[in-house]
Design a protein around this ligand. Sequence first.
Ligand code: ATP
Ligand code: MG
Length: 340
Amino acid sequence: MTDTIERAAEDGVADVRVRDLTVLYRTPQGELPAVSHASIDLVRGQITGLVGESGSGKSTLALGLMNAVPEPGRISSGTVLVEGVGDVTELRGEQLRKVRGAALGYVFQASQNSLNPLKTIGKQLLDLGRSHGIQDLRGLVARAKDLADRMGLDGERVLDSYQHELSGGMRQRVGIVLALVLNAKVLILDEPTTALDMISQAAVLDIVRKVHDENGLATLIVTHDMGVVSEIADRLAVMYGGRIVEDGPVLDVLQRPAHPYTRALIRATARITGDTSAAEALPGRPPDLTTVPRTGCVFRERCALATDVCAETEPLLTALGEDRRRACHAEPAAVTGELS
Ligand SMILES: Nc1ncnc2c1ncn2[C@@H]1O[C@H](COP(=O)(O)OP(=O)(O)OP(=O)(O)O)[C@@H](O)[C@H]1O
Ligand SMILES: [Mg+2]
């Protein structure tokens, strides 16, 4: 196993296959799932956008993918097979540390707050390189500068700076530079542009797309912003109540949503319909761990199409045509039909 990991760290890896992943958090009501039986593929050359309201389990799924779920959480079932690495959920300690960063590049949500306040960015970059056994540290610095420049930062200056000398948006971009700089082939970005104004957001998405294409990455972008997804993603996965309820090619899903929750998210996004007055807020509130329905469909309480079966039987994520899946009892045509 160690050999495989070292090779993966050198060569980079590509595809990720998540199967039946369940992540629990300990709560006063006992251990409850924040991610329930999630299965998804991240494919080389494709950017997958993962969307859903706050609390739907997006960050937990992203953390699960790296076997980085913090206490009081744990992965209770499932596998995360990364090509060239193996099942990440079985790795521990040093093996896991090597894979993170070298094979799986990631930017945590609110990563603008996760830099070390006592060291310059350049020093942290060198620490990162050394901890991964990088010999050519000059090359590493040059690459970081280049990435930073391309994201609209002054690379030279940023590397000489302490985090308090940088704005939130600058720190967010530094986080992305650090995620990309080790040449990981899988890139996981959790809300990478939330601290950015529209122009910086566009610049960052642009460079993420370019680096993704140049390096043939498999990229996952977690966001609650359907606009971001429609701009950058190839595929779209939608989460609700800890479940992936729909996924498929982004344009296909946006034009013909087959789950009522996806449809509701699209309707609530004026930037996609292009008509602010047509944006419709989704009524009700998303569930949290303790309030998510234990039987039937997790979305049924907010769903206009719910029938008796939705209260009794949980719809499973099943194939819809070639390249799409959805978890809903309603006829696909009945779901899509109401969009226009
Ligand atoms: N450490 C924790 N302990 C207990 N429950 C947690 C913990 N972290 C997250 N949760 C719960 O797990 C569920 C999923 O949280 P998660 O952060 O994955 O959602 P999210 O989709 O990323 O939301 P957001 O859009 O706000 O970032 C939520 O109900 C949340 O309250
Ligand atoms: Mg989150």
